[in-house]
Design a protein around this ligand. Structure first.
Ligand code: B1M
Length: 215
């Protein structure tokens, strides 16, 4: 199978809600030497985006969306495990979670893996995380950055709430904040006063380094 065929097979597995196939393609892609993030970005992510588009157009429904998310989760686990870790001194501490009311965590988990692989100490809070939990954890572990993910236009408000809560507690400035998620933009980050916005996991690493003056 060529690289292009593997990317196509990954898209097909997610589009057909086929977890076994997704697992096989992920393993095969890694075994054939495709870079983990390239396999994710050119194969699996376009696949789940296509399913999302079909869902939005009423061409598939929640049960299918759940099945393809499951296939995506399995592929993500394999890909994340294959990301080579940078053998370096710890770069900084990052608390990351998906905001309250939002259970989308596939993208957030990829961001966590790539940050870890790049030498950050990451505390993954999970999904559906209330504002206070982000702050409590940051205070507890002495974080450098608080990162929040939001996938729904309605839950993006959670990122704004976090900024406001930090200001109210006199903690804005103590922690740098980074926001991301499909509906999130630089404009939104500017509007709510977040310190950084990242479009994808690779950019999240770049921005985290910039926030800490490491690049
Ligand atoms: Co939902 N969902 N979903 N869903 N889902 C979307 C987001 C939607 C756009 C689909 C659509 O209609 N086209 C739509 C939102 C519409 C809107 O808000 N305008 C939607 C909806 C409506 C819903 C429900 C309300 C459906 C329902 O119940 N009727 C429901 C909501 C549940 C809730 O959260 N309360 C729901 C549920 C689900 C599933 C559970 C079935 C499943 C999630 C499973 C899981 O995550 N464990 C799911 C899925 C899979 C999707 C789509 C299809 C794919 C999301 C995804 O995983 N993308 C999505 C459509 C889409 O986005 N095109 C959709 C792949 C992932 C790698 O990308 O998450 O964007 P992403 O992460 C990227 C970047 O955004 C960035 O880096 C990542 C890696 O490159 N990034 C960060 C993310 N977080 C970051 C944080 C950072 C920095 C960068 O710093 C901290």
């Amino acid at each position: 199978m060529s690289r292009e065929e593997i990317f196509k097979a990954a898209q097909k597995a997610i589009n057909e809600y086929n977890a076994n196939e997704a697992k096989e393609v992920a393993q095969r892609g890694i075994a054939e030497g495709i870079e983990p993030m390239e396999l994710m970005n050119k194969g699996f992510i376009p696949g789940i985006s296509q399913v999302g588009d079909r869902f939005a157009q009423g061409e598939c429904f929640l049960p299918e969306l759940i099945q393809s998310a499951d296939a995506m989760r399995i592929a993500t686990e394999i890909i994340n495990a294959a990301i080579p870790a940078e053998a370096q001194k710890r770069k900084g501490k990052v608390v990351v979670g998906t905001v309250e009311g939002d259970i989308h965590d596939i993208g957030k988990t990829i961001v966590v893996s790539l940050l870890k692989a790049n030498g950050f100490e990451v505390y993954d809070l999970g999904r559906d995380i209330p504002t206070e939990k982000f702050i409590e954890k940051a205070e507890e572990i002495g974080a450098d950055i608080i990162g929040s993910s939001a996938l729904l236009t309605t839950t993006m408000e959670g990122q704004k709430k976090l900024e406001l809560a930090l200001k109210k507690a006199g903690l804005k400035g103590k922690y740098k904040t980074m926001v991301g998620g499909a509906p999130v933009t630089q404009r939104w980050a500017d509007r709510i006063g977040a310190d950084a916005y990242a479009e994808d996991a690779g950019e999240a690493v770049k921005k985290a380094k910039q926030l800490l003056g490491l690049s």
